[in-house]
Ligand binder design. Structure first.
Ligand SMILES: [Zn+2]
Length: 128
């Protein structure tokens, strides 16, 4: 797994990604509302797991973000389990933990580029 991806996942587990919730808590932005769905708290979990954009992507990959098992896990446990232990999406050539990690990275980078680059057209991650 590339170092950049490992660092990203570590920051996500520590809730240290520069989400609007984190920036708001440091008085850098005035609100923490998700720019895509209007949810009140755009934190790491929201971007990677709960935002309708993320849910749609996970579902297109054959993974239900809201299955009974997944909904009972905390965000960090969900992230760790999916990155290191889980199996799934057996019809794909890429092992699920690697695919999961790259999709999280893609959700994060797509999210940021959509916010800060007006001409950016989000990549449809489900096409990979
Ligand atoms: Zn959202």
């Amino acid at each position: 797994m590339p170092s950049r991806l490992k660092i990203f996942l570590w920051l996500a587990c520590q809730n240290r990604l520069s989400t609007k919730f984190l920036l708001c808590s440091r008085n850098i932005v005035s609100n923490s509302v998700c720019s895509f769905c209007g949810h009140q708290m755009e934190d790491t979990e929201h971007i990677l797991r709960r935002c309708p954009k993320a849910v749609s992507l996970w579902q297109s990959l054959g993974f239900s973000a809201f299955s009974a098992f997944n909904s009972s896990l905390s965000f960090v446990d969900w992230l760790k389990f999916r990155c290191f232990k889980s199996t799934g999406a057996s019809n794909r050539m890429i092992p699920w933990p690697i695919l999961f990690s790259f999709v999280c990275w893609g959700l994060w980078t797509n999210h940021n580029k959509s916010l800060f680059s007006p001409n950016y057209r989000p990549v449809n991650l489900a096409d990979f």
